[in-house]
Design a protein around this ligand. Structure first.
Ligand code: TXA
Ligand code: MG
Length: 350
């Protein structure tokens, strides 16, 4: 019996609305809450037993580390051994916001939260519900995305309900999230800041703030035995749709023509086929289950809708999906990172 609590007005949150959720977190329970990126599944990050419950609710391997969420800069210090220069600059530029940084951890952060690592990932969300909840809880809040392991991250409270009903104490409904893809993760614990997961704080933005930033090779390549990713989560099979997803990359007319030919072929075989396209092209696909993810000219609309569309296709139970692809610049890097993984690196160049 999961309690669903709707936040009346997210611009004017009353502390009374969040008091019970904060108490559940302090008592070692689980509360799902909105953030500006995706919905998170929260527990007290300093309580190993609470962290264990997160892994159980998600069905997630327990060596996959969690992100500790804080509400203000003063809450960072107790969690980390020290704050590297790059971390200080990036925090100043992008916190609160969709940026997670990996720091050398302090002794108070249990290994049950960091998956056994000596580092801790920390994020300060800007979403008013998330930020206020963490403040009221009075403890750092460990929160992975609030989906069952292997499903797309939830961008609405309804998505969370589908996956978590009966498994957690409470879901806070703050409406649909703003960004729609998970936070950028940067490791600042080494000599050169390293991008571990692309997100809304883009590579271009990071470089503007701290100069040199490296990219972990595991971001672009499929997982392999000899590639030991820095972010342990990367070694796990990421979200993959039930259907066989294929990206088609190239000049627009050619992409549309190729997808239509493939759809026709699969339909003739008696298959149920999905198409992921954009507002600019949606009228050019006469057959199949056609879904636009947004306006190509406005990348943020694509990030915003991507996971919801993937969930919809899972519910529709299509056999195969063909998707347009996107530029890898700016927010496109995050979009293509999630799509390429979902496609199992299956990209058709035309
Ligand atoms: O936007 C987000 O970051 C969302 C919202 C809820 O804040 N949270 C989220 O958490 O995406 P999650 O658990 O789905 O992703 C956490 C990932 C891990 O899989 C791992 O790749 C990386 O963060 N991570 C966490 N701690 C780390 C550490 N100490 N070193 C390296 N990577 C770490
Ligand atoms: Mg996740």
């Amino acid at each position: 019996n999961t309690k669903l609590v709707k936040i009346e007005d997210t611009k004017q949150i009353k502390d009374e609305e969040l008091a019970e959720a904060a108490q559940i977190l302090r008592d070692g329970g689980l509360v799902a809450f909105p953030t500006e990126t995706v919905y998170g599944l929260g527990a007290n990050a300093l309580d190993e037993a609470a962290a264990k419950k997160i892994y159980a609710a998600k069905g997630r391997p327990s060596d996959n580390p969690l992100i500790a969420h804080i509400s203000c800069l003063e809450e960072l210090k107790p969690l980390v051994a020290y704050i590297p220069e790059a971390g200080r600059k990036l925090a100043e530029a992008y916190w609160p916001g969709p940026l997670t940084m990996v720091f050398p951890k302090s002794d108070i952060v249990p290994y049950g939260t960091t998956g056994g690592l000596d580092t801790v990932a920390v994020r300060m969300p800007s979403d008013p519900v998330a930020n206020r909840l963490i403040k009221l809880a009075g403890v750092p809040v460990a929160a992975p995305s609030a989906n069952t392991s292997g499903r797309p991250s939830p961008t609405t409270a309804q998505h969370v309900w589908q996956d978590m009903e009966g498994k957690i104490e409470m879901i806070l409904d703050g409406g649909p999230v703003g960004i729609g893809v998970e936070s950028t993760i940067v490791d600042v614990s080494g000599d050169v800041p390293t991008l571990l997961r692309p997100g809304a704080i883009t590579m271009e933005m990071l470089r503007e703030t701290v100069g040199r930033v490296e990219i972990d090779p595991a971001i672009q390549a499929p997982p392999s035995a000899d590639l030991r990713p820095k972010a342990p989560g990367m070694k796990y099979r990421h979200y993959a749709p039930h259907a066989d997803l294929q990206l088609v990359e190239g000049e627009t007319d050619k992409v549309v023509e190729t997808i239509n030919a493939l759809v026709k072929e699969k339909l003739a075989e008696g298959k149920k086929v999905g198409v992921i396209c954009t507002d600019e092209t949606k009228d050019r696909f006469p057959q199949g289950e056609v879904r636009s993810v947004g306006l190509r000219a406005k990348e943020e609309t694509i990030a915003h809708n991507l996971f919801a569309v993937l969930r919809e296709f899972d519910d529709l139970d299509v056999d195969c999906i063909y998707s347009e692809s996107f530029s890898k610049d700016h927010l496109g890097q995050a979009i293509m990172n999630r799509l390429t993984k979902a496609a199992g690196y299956h990209v058709l160049k035309v």
